[in-house]
Design a protein. Sequence first.
Length: 282
Amino acid sequence: MTKRTITSALTLPNSLKIPQLGFGVYKSPTDVCVRSCLTALENGYRHIDTAQFYGNETEVGQAIKQSKLARKDVFLTTKILNPGASVDESYQQCLESVQKLDPGENGYVDLFLIHTPTAGSAKRKQMWQALEKLLEQGKAKSIGVSNFGIGHIEELKEVAKVWPPHVNQIELHPWAQQKEIVEYCEQHGIVVEAYCPLVRNTKAEDETLAGIAKKHGVTPNQVLIRFCLEGNWVPLPKSDNPGRIKANADVFGFELDEDDMKTLNGLDQGPAGSIVMAVDNA
């Protein structure tokens, strides 16, 4: 198998590539978000994950511009939170996000997701149709979902021109491995993204995790990111601390062996291990 590097990418169902290491900006305050994104880009990240809910799409867009990197060299993801009253209203909401992230007539995002399934069946389908329109108009290169269970993804077939979704972004770490939805996504070629891969630092003192980190001479967070990479997921570590942003990208100089993975896999607590939300597979 090819050795993973910071430029490693996975292939989406539409044959486009997604950088395997992403940078999350969940609730990154607007006054530090630009700086954090620039630090991430300087340290080799080429994938930034934001959302309407995070309130910092404009700042992420500013960081891309200030970085002087070519737009095509940075993979940008955002998410629609609340549906409008119609497909067109939801579409317009999405266009506003695109303009914040990549202003101008030719602006686009690489991936647009439905943030959560909580709006109900009719609204999920409506938002999916809005994302399909973005795809048709070239305003999104790929489209997907977040926090969707098997039933949520299956029901999209009723209205979808594009199926399966290209991505499902869910909470993933050793304590919440969500094996049923992960297996389903793998069977259908849906790329799995892992949010909260660092468990919001709540497991930094965990003895099992600390033992594996010590064995490899790395930090617990580096082990957690590597765990996701080894699972063939797309981890989205978030930090506004420049040192941690750098360290979280420095995960390509070691590999977790079979024993490490077996030990980490043994930490799974099912839905109880989730700190944000486990998907509903009904």
